[in-house]
Design a protein around this ligand. Structure first.
Ligand code: HEC
Length: 248
């Protein structure tokens, strides 16, 4: 019997039961756990015919629920939803839904993050990371806005609105002109200024010189020789209440 098969001890079972009844967050966490358990079970089942066990909690996610989470978009645009939106449509939306925080020109209002400018600053002492100066792919902007913006009202934009407002953010960064219409068809025409600014982690070769080919694995530290004690130096307060305290 594996530890997963064992029944829960009664107290734990009660807690879990209570959580399932009263707390929606715990309920969905449990559902996620159940899914994980199911997929682990499936992986563990591998090639043999061990049946997937039912733990009596959660349920399988529906196709609609999976579709709700499955919103990632690849740099080439695959995964992007159907839709289209122009810079002009985006301007109206941007002013209504984004400018209060990001500024009318993407320059930022107050301390909210800027979305434009900053080109050429990345290697300076004061890098300004924006869509134009930093983001490597159109999908990075699209996915960010789709998932998380407008801040506080995330995922409230329709697909067409999303395309339009992203087109406008590109326009603010001089990446497209004012007549541009963003859709899956025009996706590949967008060239992000910092597309070449990222590279694969090359530390394995670039930092090889720093590596010790024969790292110490046993008794690596010489014996410690204590030369004084904090209390003797009077930097740590004593516990008898009579000594002067360190911070007094
Ligand atoms: C209430 C303020 C607010 C509004 C309105 C808002 N944003 Fe944001 N936006 C933020 C904050 C805060 C962040 C940074 C979040 C973080 O770093 O976790 C952010 C980050 C971003 C980023 C990533 C910036 C970067 O360089 O990392 C983009 C792109 C963006 N917002 C676009 C938009 C668009 C488009 C809209 C309108 C549809 C919008 N935002 C509306 C507050 C706002």
């Amino acid at each position: 019997m594996s530890k997963w098969d064992r029944p829960l001890p009664p107290r734990r079972a009660r807690e879990v039961g209570a959580a399932r009844r009263s707390c929606p967050a715990a309920r969905s966490a449990l559902a996620a756990l159940a899914l994980l358990a199911a997929s682990l079970g499936a992986a563990a089942a591998g090639n043999d015919d061990t049946p997937i066990r039912n733990y009596g909690i959660g349920r399988l996610a529906s196709a609609a629920e999976i579709a709700g989470w499955d919103i990632d978009v690849r740099p080439d645009g695959s995964g992007a939803p159907p839709g289209r939106g122009s810079v002009k449509q985006g301007e109206t939306l941007y002013m209504e839904r984004c400018a209060a925080c990001h500024g009318e020109f993407g320059e930022s209002a107050g301390r909210w993050p800027p979305l434009a400018q900053g080109k050429g600053t990345l290697a300076s002492n004061d890098p300004v990371k924006t869509v134009g100066s930093y983001f490597p792919y159109l999908s990075s902007v699209f996915d960010y806005v789709r998932r998380a913006m407008p801040f506080g009202d995330a995922q409230s934009l329709s697909n067409d609105e999303l395309y339009a407002v992203v087109a406008y953010v590109l326009y603010l960064n001089d990446i497209v002109d004012e007549n541009f219409v963003l859709s899956k068809d025009s996706w590949a025409r967008v060239k992000m200024p910092n597309a070449g600014g990222f590279f694969d982690d090359d530390r394995e070769t670039s930092e090889k010189a720093f590596w010790n080919p024969n790292p110490c694995m046993t008794n690596c530290r010489p014996p410690v020789h204590i030369i004084n004690r904090a209390r003797a130096l009077d930097v740590t307060p004593g516990d008898d209440g009579t000594r002067k305290r360190g911070v007094d």
